[in-house]
Design a protein around this ligand. Sequence first.
Ligand code: GLY
Length: 384
Amino acid sequence: MMRTSDVAVIGAGVIGLAVAWRAAQRDMTVTVIDPSPGSGASSAAAGMLAPVTELHYAERDLLDLTLDSAARYPEFVTELESATGLDVGYRRCGTVSVGWMGSDLAALRDLAEFQRALALTVETLTAAELRRLEPLLAPGLPGGVLVTGDHQVEPPALVAALRTGATFAGAQLVEQRVASLRVDSETVVGVDLADGSAITAGETVVACGAWAALLDLPGDVELAVRPVKGQTLHLSGDPGALSHVVRGEVRGAPVYLVPRSDGRLVIGASSEEAGFDLRPRAGVVHDLLRDAQALLPSVAEMELVGVRTGLRPGTPDNSPLLGRAGVDGLVIATGHHRNGVLLTPVTADGVADLLETGTAPTAWKPFDPLRFSPVRVDREASWS
Ligand code: GLY
């Protein structure tokens, strides 16, 4: 069987579904292909929307993109919720980073100086201020940093709403595995599916996260994307244990706690270079629970509901691969690494612009999908 679409989107996680929704809203016919929609990295993500808290020193270009996407979130959510009638759990709760020891706090304060130098809004908290803000955190924590503009969303709820939104807008979802890209005279013209059927499309968008590493692309194109395993723990307890997202470093290891308003809590996350191995590991569960409980003692009383494992699509500079990759008919939207949920609105809007106008946003120059590829040198001229 052969279907025809203007756009084929490979991957039905938050990125692929949001791209499909936006493209279908612009009257393109869209088919999204995924053997198990929403079950990849999107299902394990905690949903921190924290461009400031999660800033790393060498990631200046990425900061512009994450801030842009965070600023799009309120309208994106309002539009999606009113189109679908579904709540995506967007909560403007702010994020508190806490130090476990004085040296952790010193590192947080150094980062806060860097953040302020970039005109970002951060407030340093004394131990007493931290205690007033989050009274159930462990006594004795030396202080922290508050970012009032870093929020959260619930990834599984976002997936459900994007799936509904994309479908309402006319996109088709095909629950199949992509076997290969269809290529005709060096142009990508759709995909062949594992069941022997095919979808022909004028444009094919690669939005399958880490699995993009397994796709054979035409020509010299290689995507510098790799799986970075992350495990999150899902707990349930009384509401109100925390009113902010809390991020901490305990004995040098990062841990974060994302409280939902009904008492659920997500604890994350490991960062493991383990290939495509999705099995949860007991030692990781132990370490996350130990560190989360060190910060919030009442974790010990909560019900452990489950462990979820996902594969972040990592790249050498932790920034996404966005735009054309030197092959007609092919658009890349992967490599979002730790920021897939946060970068969903800006990615979907930019890919829809690219599909409609043929031009990627100029702000995407640092995210050229071929910046790590041997053919990059030949492409430099096209950006100037
Ligand atoms: N953004 C949090 C994580 O990737 O674990």
